[in-house]
Write a protein that binds this ligand. Structure first.
Ligand code: SAM
Length: 214
C-alpha cells in the first residue's frame, strides 16, 4: 500500500529515523512522478532575493548547500560563480540532482550532516542552510546548528532559512520551527548574527538570518 506523506511524517515523529524517512519520501514520490512537498523546482525566493540585494558573487569562492534536496539552490549558486558542493542524507535525492543537471559543475554528495568529511570543516566561504535544522527533531537542533556552523570558513557567511516561532510556543513535530533563543547556538559556535528578518508566511513566520564567522 502506498503511504501518504503524512503517514511517513507520523512514523518519523514516533521513530526519529530521519535518514530513512527522507530517503523513503524521495523514493516514493519519484515513483509517483511527483516530489516531496518542499520541492519547488526553483531556487528558494529568499535566497535569490537576498543574493540580489547583497550583490552576491561567487567568483573564486566555495559554497556549500546543506540538505540540498533536488539541487535548485546549488545550481543557482553555481550560476553566481561559486564552486559548489551540495549534500543530502538521501541517496535518491542526490541521484535525482545528478540526473536533472547532467552538465552541472556542482559536486553532489550523499552525506549525513552528523558524519561529514573532515576536510569540509571551515572550508566554505558561503553556506546555505534552508529548512534542514527544522526537519530534524528539536532535541537535536543544537547538534545540527554546531554541525552547520562548522562548515563556515573564517570570514565566511551563512544564510539560514527556517520557519520561526516564539520560544514559548510549543511544537509537536515536523517542521520543528526555531526560536531566536535556539538560534543563539550559532553564536556559541562563533558565528555572529549580521541580519535577522522575520517575515510572515501563511499562518506562521519565516526567519532569514545571516551570520559571519569572526
Ligand atoms: C525540508 S527538506 C529541505 C530541502 C531544501 N534545503 C529546501 O529548502 O528546499 C530537508 C532536507 O534535508 C535533508 N536532510 C535531513 N536530514 C539530513 C541530514 N542529517 N544530513 C543531510 N541532509 C539531511 C532531507 O533529505 C531533505 O532533502
Amino acid at each position: 500500500m502506498t503511504k501518504s506523506v503524512s503517514d511517513f511524517i507520523n512514523e518519523y515523529n514516533e521513530s526519529g529515523d530521519y535518514a530513512n524517512l527522507f530517503e523513503q519520501l524521495y523514493v516514493q514520490t519519484t515513483a509517483n512522478d511527483s516530489a516531496p512537498p518542499w520541492v519547488k523546482h526553483q531556487a528558494h525566493p529568499h535566497l535569490t532575493a537576498w543574493a540580489d540585494k547583497s550583490k552576491l558573487s561567487g567568483t573564486g569562492k566555495r559554497a556549500m548547500v546543506v540538505g540540498c534536496g533536488l539541487g535548485d539552490d546549488a545550481e543557482y549558486l553555481a550560476k553566481l560563480g561559486f564552486n559548489v558542493t551540495a549534500f543530502d542524507v538521501s541517496a535518491t535525492a542526490i541521484t535525482i540532482c545528478e540526473r536533472r543537471f547532467p552538465q552541472s559543475d556542482v559536486a553532489y554528495v550523499h552525506a549525513d550532516l552528523f558524519a561529514m568529511p573532515q576536510d569540509w570543516q571551515q572550508a566554505f566561504d558561503f553556506v546555505f542552510e534552508s529548512r534542514t535544522i527544522q526537519a530534524l527533531p528539536s532535541n537535536i537542533s543544537e547538534k545540527s546548528i554546531a554541525a552547520i556552523a562548522s562548515l563556515v570558513a573564517r570570514d565566511g557567511t551563512l544564510l539560514l532559512l527556517c520557519h520561526g516561532r516564539d520560544p514559548q510556543e510549543s511544537i509537536a513535530g515536523i517542521p520543528w520551527s526555531l526560536s531566536r533563543k535556539e538560534l543563539q547556538a550559532f553564536s556559541e559556535n562563533h558565528l555572529e548574527e549580521l541580519e535577522f528578518d522575520d517575515v510572515p508566511e501563511g499562518n506562521g513566520r519565516f526567519f532569514r538570518v545571516v551570520y559571519r564567522r569572526t
